[in-house]
Design a protein around this ligand. Structure first.
Ligand SMILES: Cc1cc2nc3c(=O)[nH]c(=O)nc-3n(C[C@H](O)[C@H](O)[C@H](O)COP(=O)(O)O)c2cc1C
Length: 397
């Protein structure tokens, strides 16, 4: 435990995971809940607790849902907010030109609800005029905040000059940010990576410039574009971004799966808040754990949610999805959550397998009643999503 505040020991609750794995925020070979700490090993963190003001909005917690295209749409945001502790959520990235031209899918991506609050809409695109028009459209339609994507490594974005590619062109990125900030009154934030590759770690310089241009906050995923989702998150790199700005909040991001991971990121980097993506799919209760732990309820750090709450979460998520998208699209979309949820929700392997293939609402209801009857009889503690994607973005998870 050399690189970690003693007060935030990450010794696994069951003593099974090695410290090495836990402090690196990696999956232990046995899939144990490493990174979580025993109540006794936690002490109040020394960093700022409680609400954060970002772009004029007071956010109840400093733990935000990071955008995960294809996952963090309205139904997921609504259901995870019900569990508590989410300080802010961001939509999946939306192509600016499609939003303005009214493409049905783009409009669906920005669909929201009274309970889906506070919310930021993330836009991307290589063309300045599209981004400006999208920002204005969002403001005119009552959205409260806009995030510009400068972190996505996907070729379809970077090929058009959007996403992480923007980080290679400092002048272009600054022009774009200045125009978007100048076009609207609502706060504008930027989400980016450390840089294109190790030889071009442009994030600190860009963060400094963006702050001067009026950006309200920066989210920084501690990897380069070249890394994709491989390798570990570079906390020093995030710390450099924190050091580069004067007063705007920097939100650290990457590989946070537990309370201890989040606190470690804050402790080591000095970031004002933490955005959690895949960790929220693996443990939707992570935000509540953080909020409760910071309120002094140490038991909440590792507490297993009651079985009925777990099942209710599963059912509600699908129902909200079906309500928005209809049966066909909802079943198709929901299936991919099964591999993430199975282990946390105590779903036996054969039923998780059925959840990955079900086709109708009636079939879903049948599977849920079987899960209810056999809840917790799962053999394997490792989430399938961590095993089944050797070449995917979850390589190190
Ligand atoms: C499937 C998937 C979709 C993603 N979609 C987006 C996106 O729409 N916008 C964005 O800024 N980042 C996106 N990301 C990056 C995440 O927001 C986050 O920066 C990254 O996953 C690291 O955080 P995590 O380890 O907490 O997941 C995506 C990542 C994944 C795995």
């Amino acid at each position: 435990m050399t690189d970690f505040e003693p007060a935030l020991s990450t010794r696994a609750a069951d003593g099974g995971a090695s410290d090495g794995g836990a402090t690196q925020g990696r999956v232990a070979p046995d899939g144990a809940t490493h990174g979580n700490a025993t109540a006794a090993s936690l002490a109040p963190p020394s960093f700022a607790l409680g609400p954060l003001v970002l772009g004029g909005r007071t956010l109840a917690t400093r733990y935000f849902l990071a955008p995960l295209a294809g996952y963090t749409h309205l139904s997921f945001r609504r259901v995870i907010r019900r569990l508590g502790g989410v300080g802010l959520a961001t939509t999946d990235l939306v192509q600016a030109s499609h939003l303005v031209s009214g493409t049905p899918w783009a409009r669906k991506l920005v669909a929201t609800h009274a309970s889906d609050n506070p919310l930021t809409v993330q836009i991307f695109g290589g063309e300045l005029r599209h981004l400006v028009a999208a920002a204005r459209w969002l403001e005119d339609h009552g959205y409260e905040a806009i995030d510009i994507n400068m972190g996505c490594p996907m070729a379809k974005l970077t090929g058009s000059g959007g996403g992480a590619r923007l980080m290679c062109d400092g002048d272009g990125a600054c022009r774009l940010v200045a125009e978007v900030v100048g076009a609207v009154k609502v706060p504008v934030t930027v989400k980016m990576r450390l840089g294109w590759d190790r030889s071009r770690l442009t994030a600190p310089l860009l963060a400094e410039e963006f702050e001067q241009l009026g950006v309200a906050g920066i989210t920084i995923h501690g990897r380069t574009r070249q890394q994709g989702f491989t390798g570990g998150v570079d906390l020093d790199g995030i710390a450099q971004v924190v050091a580069a700005v004067k007063s705007i909040p920097v939100v650290g991001n990457g590989d946070v799966r537990t309370v201890a991971d989040a606190w470690r990121m804050r402790q080591v980097t000095g970031c004002a808040a933490v955005a959690i993506g895949r960790g929220a799919l693996l443990d939707p209760w992570i935000f509540r754990r953080l909020a409760r732990a910071e309120a002094g309820d140490w038991q909440a750090v590792n507490a297993t949610p009651p079985a009925d709450e777990q099942i209710d979460f599963l059912r509600s998520h699908f129902e909200l999805m079906a309500e928005q998208h209809g049966e066909g699209l909802a079943t198709q979309t929901f299936r991919k959550f099964a591999a993430w949820y199975g282990a946390r929700l105590g779903i036996p392997e054969d039923l998780e397998d059925r959840l990955r293939r079900f086709e109708t609402c009636a079939e879903f209801a049948e599977i849920v009643s079987e899960i209810t009857a056999r809840h917790g009889t799962r053999q394997r503690p490792i989430p399938t999503a961590l095993i089944r994607v050797p070449n995917g973005p979850n390589e190190h998870w």
